[in-house]
Every structure is written in C-alpha cells, then in structure tokens.
Design a protein around this ligand. Sequence first.
Ligand code: SF4
Ligand code: SF4
Length: 422
Amino acid sequence: MGLEKQHPDPIEKEGAVVEGYALAGEWNRMFEQRVIWDYDFTPLEKIGELPGGESLNWCYGCGKCIPVCPVDIVGDYGPRKIHRKGQMGVDLFKDPDLWLCTTCGNCLRVCPKEVDMIQIMPAVREVAVGEGNVPAELQSVFEKTARYGNALGENPRKRVEWMKDAATPVRILKDDPSPVDVLFLIEDYWAFHPRGRDAARANARVLNRLGVDWAILGAEEKTIGDSQRLAGEKGLFEMLVEDNVALFSKYEFGRIVTSDPHAFNALRNEYPKLGHSYEVLHYTQLLGQLVPKLTFSKRIDAKVTFHDPCYLGRHNGEYDAPRALIEAIPGVEFMEMQRCRANGYCCGGGGGAMWLDSFTADFTSERLSERRVREAVETGADILAICCPYEVSRFEDAVKSTGNDGKLIVRDIAELLDEAMS
Ligand code: SF4
Ligand code: SF4
C-alpha cells in the first residue's frame, strides 16, 4: 500500500438519523471533514522568498514567543500565530496582522530558530506599501515625512521654537559652523511635541552645566526615519539617508548624540550598511559617561521606576546608562518593574506603531502603553522615568486613560536631571 494521502469524501447528506433523531442537512454539515490540504500556501511561500522574510518558515511552533510578545499579551498575535495563519492560507500582505508588530524584538530574544520579525515585517510591509495596502494614518505619516522631513508634518522652521524658553544658549551650526565635539540631533518629538520640547530644554541646560561642546542643525535637521523604514518605507528611508549624510558632511564634528533611540539604532546599525559610519551615542550614554561630573543642588524624594526603550535596550544593549543617571539623583529610590531590561515590555510605539494607535485599537484589548503604565503603578513608584521622545505622550495619555492621574507622573531623565541640578 502506498503512502499517498487519502482524501475522504465530504459528507453532504440532506438528512440523517443520529441516535433516533432526524437531523436536517444544515446540521449534517457539522460532520463534514475539514479539507485542510486545500489551504493556499502561496502567500507564505512569497514571504519566504523575500530578502529578510526567509526565517518565518523556520518556525517549528515551540511557542516560546507567545508569553513575551507584548501584542499577544493584549491581543492574539506573535510569530508562531503569524506562521500558523500563513500555513492556513492567511495572506499577511493584506492582513491587519501585518501592522500590529512593533518590532520590539522580544520574540527574537527567545526564539530557538531565530525567526526574525525585525527583518520579516519590514520586508513584507515594503511589498504592501508598494501595492498601496497601507493604513491611511501611516500613509499620511510617510507623505508628511517626505514633504517636511518630519513625521508630524510641521514646518521645518519650527524646529528651533523649543529653544525660545530654554534659558540657556544653544548653538546652531548654520549660524556658527566652526568644529564642534557633539552634533546633537533633536529629532521630531523633542522639536515639535510640547512635552518633548520640555525635555529638549532640560537637556540643553544639563549639557551646558556640564560644559559639553555641542551644537544642533536647527531648521536644517531632518528625521533619521528608522520607524518609517521598519514600517515598510525603505525608499523614503534611503532618501533621508542621502539627505542627512549630505547635511552632516557640511560640518565638522566629533560624534553624533541623539535624543531618540530609533535614530540611534539607525545611525549605529543601518547607516553603516549603506557606507556611512559615525560615532553615535544616545543622550543617556553621553550623560552616563559624565556621571562623576554631575553636581546636584536639589533632592528628588520620590520612588522612580524606568521603562527601557526597545531600541536602546534590547536592540542595542544599553540598559545601564539610564539607570546610572536616575540612581545618581539624590533622594531617588529606584525600583524595577517586573518586566525590565532585556525582557522590558514595549510601549507600543516602535516599528511605525507610533502612528497606528487607532488602527491597532480594533485588534487589542488595551494599548501597550496602558498595560505598561499599570505595571509601573504596581511597583508603587511616583515617577515613571523615560528616555525616548515617543514615550512621554504615549505614557501620559495612558496614565489618564487607566485612571492613574495623580498617582504616577511621567518625566524624561533629562527633566529629572535638570530639576535636581537647577
Ligand atoms: S519561538 Fe520561534 S520557533 Fe518557537 S513558535 Fe515562536 S517563532 Fe516559532
Ligand atoms: S517583534 Fe515584538 S511585537 Fe513583533 S511579534 Fe515579536 S514580540 Fe511581538
């Protein structure tokens, strides 16, 4: 006897008698065999053929990714499920699941087969973007970024407005192009978001108190665009790389420091792949090197917990510098959330998800930022310290929507340092 699969005939009787009961044909359909070999594997095979998409088919269903995926914790997701749905004919190129992954990287950390959603998602999204299958709010961000050089669609001239109330001098390279040690990239949310601007001002005061030789690009700055890349707009990212590299080449500087872990990630890992390497630091790393020079005039008597940004911690291995800065502040009692460092829970803003909250709401029971705020409140902390410009608005909204107004405040590490040093 051969080993060929036997296909049973489906049961399609008009009526049947089961244990004395006559059943209509409608009920008989319950007994039909599921014809599972008819699933269409074409979309799954197409993903496997994409550069970057190969590893999805390495999944062997062990389930290790399930408890660590932040989206699975508030929904029904994770690489194992994405792969299984693909085996069942779901076309990820057209499915909402394509846009839910925040590229946080926690699944890759635990996956024995190295199924790499950080490569898979941008590769599949790039095809979807090319075919015009993009959520409208994300498409709008792509267009604003292409037109104005920032995700918020703001006039580039407003990039320097935050400086007005900084009460400390800030050098703009276009006005004073002499060599400088630190080229500081403010990035979009510190430049334009009202609470981001608070952190930009605080950071400027801290850098000046420490005597750092630094300057900014001002209205010339454009976003680095890493989240747009991860959201599938590789062409836009490459255009931004060209523009930024040309801009950087106009000035003489020692290193780049940025407010934004996403920009830090791209400058550290993606720009070199395109032939452009710089010494680059996140601002907490620069300040972390200067901890012995920090002089404080005030105590902050508070319990403080800290949220690890995925693109500073898990993607680039920096966990200690932000903690060293927080713990250096007199009066602070530092406390960790249960999920922290390499297992930190994503705020929900990475990989383009920053701009997809209303889209994602249809597929999750709560926002990831809301889940994270609950975890911060559980520690008993008074302050949730952050160091990513995406996070202040996400977490401040989540504090309100979870009913924790008055129990927890969100402060950038730059703001905490500035307050304690003032
Ligand atoms: S951890 Fe990796 S191999 Fe295991 S189910 Fe998840 S994606 Fe598949
Ligand atoms: S990268 Fe993060 S959000 Fe995406 S599937 Fe993996 S664990 Fe989930």
